[in-house]
Each structure stands twice: as structure tokens, then as C-alpha cells.
Design a protein around this ligand. Structure first.
Ligand code: SF4
Length: 346
């Protein structure tokens, strides 16, 4: 066990990346970085982390911020529920804990939006509690080094990995150890083509010896992916403004803005609708992949059809950047902004 700790920690000191959230024990900064980096690569998350630190330098500033500003700052990072939870948690810390983060794993877990992983990260990095973090990187490293066949997405499997991770943690240096095993998974024992030839754990690694690396970690369930068919209508009003609406329903992109949207049950239905639509411009179909959904979206520019409803806003195209919008719409605008501007002028 101590050999495993020693090798991982030694590797970490030689290979770690210098990242701003590693040089602090401020729980707010650590929490911010952890939420931003979930399901996000470090290179992509870093500028967002810097922006959030600048715009919301402490928990009080974040709690009192307008949700729309937070979503705007989050734009492009995806998984917007994280941004909404970030705001909710900040408010809770301010209202219940007077702006001071709880300092133990068990107390942290009581906060909305803080699960076992984030609680362990804050408790160990900020407060030195010996609580193991178990993220995707840790699952992968442990499943390979110990050649574990148990599925990481089963209830029993989760327990097994959590137990093992907490047995392995260096009780004297939990923060360094946790950082080390995550970094090892992110840089060395990567999902595809891990760098086994230059791996300090090669002699301990059972999956390496048993040639089962590509089969680890084991997952039992296949994620069901739902297909959805969208047509966004870009409607110009008589004043040459466009209409947008806020997504109110729960699910993807809640509280973000979009062009009025029609959703179809099948690709055939969507095609039939587009064939009958009077439009100056229909875009190519954009395929947008989310964790459990794949979206097939087209954009049609149309002249004013109906009165603007109460739930819609009429804005100039140039004002759109003041509203948080999904990356999918942003991508379409990047591709077609000239065309839209042209239509606005004539
Ligand atoms: S030997 Fe390969 S699979 Fe095993 S821990 Fe090292 S990098 Fe990962």
C-alpha cells in the first residue's frame, strides 16, 4: 500500500502541471475549480476558472450575482445545470453558513450540488481530511492496477472502489495523494493508449500483467442516447429585430435563451415540416452530441409569422451577446452571421 502511495506521489512531484487551484487551500477557489472542471478538460476549463475568479472573487459575490450573468459567463462550457447548482450552493453557503464553507466531508455533502467527489476534494485539499476522491481517473487507475472486474457503475462496484481508495489514501498527506492519483489518471494512465512503457507502476499493475488494460474499467450499463429533432425559427419582425425566448422547462439548457423552437418526434416529421416551410434560408443540419442525447438541429430564417408572445423577447441581433445561449446556437451564428446581417439590412 505504502509502495503504491510512494510511487504515485513521486511520479506526481515529477510530472504535475502547475495549475492555479493547486496553490491554494481556499475552499471557495477549490470548489469553483472542481465544478468547472467536471466533464471538462483542464485546457478548456482554465480560462473559465480565471473568468469566474475575476468576476466573482468570493462566495458572497457569486451568491449575490444575477443568474443570467453567471450563465453568460458559463456559455460554451456545457452542462449548464452545473452553473445553476454553483449559484444555488453559493447562496446556501452564504445563507446557512454565513459565507464560510463547512470544513468536513459530511457537512459539505449536505450542500446542494456537492456530491461525494466534490466534498472529498474540498475536505482533503482545503482542510486536510483523509477522504479519497473517486473520479473517472481514479476509477481507471485503480481498476487497472488491481485488475478489478467489478463494474464501476454498479452500486456494489462503487462501494468497492470507494473502500479501496480510502484504504490507499496517504493519511498524512491526503491532499497531495488525491491530486497525485487524479493527475496520474489524467496524464499517464489515460483511457486509450496509456503510457505503460514509462510507467512507474508497471510491476505492480495487474491489468498490465494480465493484458486486460483495454477491458478496464468495466461498465455494466450502456448509456441510452435519445435522438431529438429541432427546427429553430429565426423570425424577423417588421422592426428588423429577432425573437428569442428563455427555456423554462427542466432538462437541457434550462434558463438559457434560444430562437423559438419546434421539436419533432422523428426525422421524417421534421423533413416534411421543412419542405412546406416558406423560408429564405434553411441551414444544414447541425448534429450536437450531449451525454444522453443527440440533437439534430436546423435553423430557418422566416419572416414574421405570429405576434410576439409574452414569453418572448424582441431584440436586435447585436444584443444577442447579452443573453446566455447554448453552444449549438452560437455555432450556427458563427457560421452564418454575415448571412443574417445581410437579411436584416434588406
Ligand atoms: S502500467 Fe499502464 S495500465 Fe498500468 S497503471 Fe501504468 S499506465 Fe496504467
Amino acid at each position: 500500500m505504502s509502495q503504491f502511495q510512494g510511487l504515485i506521489t513521486h511520479w506526481y512531484h515529477q510530472n504535475k502541471r502547475d495549475l492555479p487551484w493547486r496553490i491554494t487551500n481556499n475552499p471557495y477557489v477549490i470548489w469553483l475549480s472542481e465544478i468547472i472542471l467536471q466533464q471538462t478538460r483542464v485546457e478548456q476549463g482554465l480560462p473559465y476558472f480565471q473568468k469566474f475568479q475575476q468576476h466573482y472573487p468570493n462566495i458572497n459575490e457569486l451568491a449575490s450575482a444575477d443568474e443570467q450573468d453567471i450563465l453568460n459567463d458559463w456559455q460554451g462550457l456545457g452542462y449548464y445545470s452545473r452553473a445553476r447548482n454553483l449559484h444555488k450552493t453559493a447562496k446556501e453557503v452564504v445563507e446557512i453558513y454565513k459565507g464560510v464553507f463547512p470544513s468536513t466531508y459530511n457537512e459539505l455533502l449536505k450542500l446542494t450540488g456537492i456530491g461525494p467527489y466534490t466534498a472529498a476534494a474540498i475536505a482533503s485539499f482545503a482542510f486536510g481530511e483523509a477522504k479519497a476522491v473517486v473520479d473517472g481517473n481514479v476509477y481507471r487507475v485503480l481498476s487497472r492496477v488491481f485488475d478489478i472486474e467489478e463494474a464501476i457503475d454498479s452500486t456494489q462496484g462503487k462501494k468497492t472502489f470507494e473502500l479501496l481508495a480510502n484504504e490507499l489514501i496517504d493519511k498524512k498527506n491526503p491532499a497531495i495523494y488525491n491530486q497525485a492519483i487524479m493527475e496520474f489518471g489524467a496524464l499517464q494512465c489515460v483511457p486509450v493508449n496509456p503510457n505503460c512503457n514509462a510507467c512507474p507502476l508497471q510491476f505492480q499493475c495487474l491489468a498490465y500483467q494480465n493484458k486486460t488494460i483495454t477491458e478496464r474499467p468495466v461498465k455494466s450499463k450502456k448509456t441510452k442516447v435519445r435522438s431529438r429533432y429541432f427546427v429553430y425559427l429565426i423570425e424577423f419582425t417588421a422592426n428588423k429585430t429577432i425573437r428569442i425566448e428563455k427555456r423554462k422547462e427542466k432538462g437541457i439548457w434550462q434558463h438559457l435563451y434560444q430562437f423559438p423552437l419546434i421539436e419533432f418526434d422523428s426525422i421524417e416529421e421534421k423533413r416534411a415540416y421543412l419542405n412546406g416551410l416558406k423560408s429564405d434560408f434553411i441551414s444544414k443540419e447541425y448534429k450536437h452530441i450531449l451525454s444522453h442525447q443527440q440533437l439534430f438541429a436546423s435553423f430557418a430564417i422566416v419572416n414574421q409569422r405570429n405576434e410576439t408572445s409574452e414569453s418572448q423577447l424582441e431584440i436586435a441581433l447585436s444584443e444577442l451577446s447579452n443573453y446566455p445561449i447554448p453552444r449549438l446556437i452560437d455555432k450556427f451564428l458563427e457560421d452564418h452571421v454575415d448571412r443574417i446581417n445581410e437579411l436584416l439590412v434588406f
